[in-house]
Design a binder for this molecule. Sequence first.
Ligand code: NAP
Ligand code: 8YV
Length: 311
Amino acid sequence: MDRPDLLMIVPMPEPVVAGLAQDFTLHSLAEAEDADALLARLAPTLRFAVTSGRCSASLMEALPKLEVIASYGVGYDGIDVDAAAARGIRVTNTPGVLSDCVAEVTLGLMIALAHRIPQADRYVRESRWLQGNFPLTAELTGARAGILGLGRIGKEIARRLEAFRMEVAYHGRREQADVPYRYFADLEAMARAVDWLVVIAPGSSATQGIVSRRIMEALGPEGCLVNVARGSLVDEPAMVELLATGQLGGAALDVFADEPHVPEALFGLENVVLLPHQGSATHRTRKAMGDLVVANLLAHKRGEPLLTPVT
Ligand code: NAP
Ligand code: 8YV
């Protein structure tokens, strides 16, 4: 059987490797002793590549026969899609299959922050309950939430917030006719009007730093920021300062500007909950993402339509 070369630009989970190995000859850029030599050897024939949200224009240029890049994940802000489109290189991602999981993690972050669950857990483990009760906290029910990015995941988050009887609003570039939530054309106005700002818009040049100091000051000392999108959307140094000085009430964060590095100033703050980019990190969701990556690559190999094209 024809097993064309396929470049793994970043390491892939074992199930994805197993799913691809039957139909492709796999080459790992990360494990190559000499990456440049591997690229030079593959350049004359390589048509297929797989990644997880990252591929530069220079890497594409090094592979003149490249036809398709399948990305493991829905965000593709680290892929130069303009360069891909200019070369006619198809890019695919994994939308939809992870929306429920990310929404669930978002609610988990919000509940954890409102009720100070990580801190209360530590309080018990450190036998501090013996000295007295944990301080009173807050609840989500009846609070006001504003979603920045009411897309596939944002809508799943909104549904779950409604189940907590929260008041839901959203901001995006355009109002959506078919949703029951209040639209804010202005992000700052929405930040002033809500208790929770949930960030779930894509990383892009347009969203870089969109949650600025001004937006976080508008959210204010009683407000909480939730970021399950990309670290690039938030002015991270300003966020750390505002959290530490009480000008921002709290933050629940799954993503950061320079992962896996997280500002250590956050570690000692009681009004913060931190996750290591766990939004889609469940067995079932990652399998669904991997299956979609494999299906897209096989479709291209067979000359069939791509399932989830970006370009
Ligand atoms: P999606 O369906 O494309 O939704 C994106 C939403 O963002 C849309 O509602 C869009 O509305 C809005 N948006 C886009 N550009 C905007 C801008 N410049 N200003 C304001 N709003 C803007 O994407 P999705 O499937 O929900 O995924 C969203 C993002 O979540 C991904 O790109 C990824 O970065 C992140 N994510 C994180 C994890 C994790 O593990 N934490 C997992 C999966 C995804 P308009 O077009 O009306 O502006
Ligand atoms: C990552 C995500 O892709 O899908 C996205 O955009 O941020 C996550 O699902 C996942 O961590 C795989 O690296």
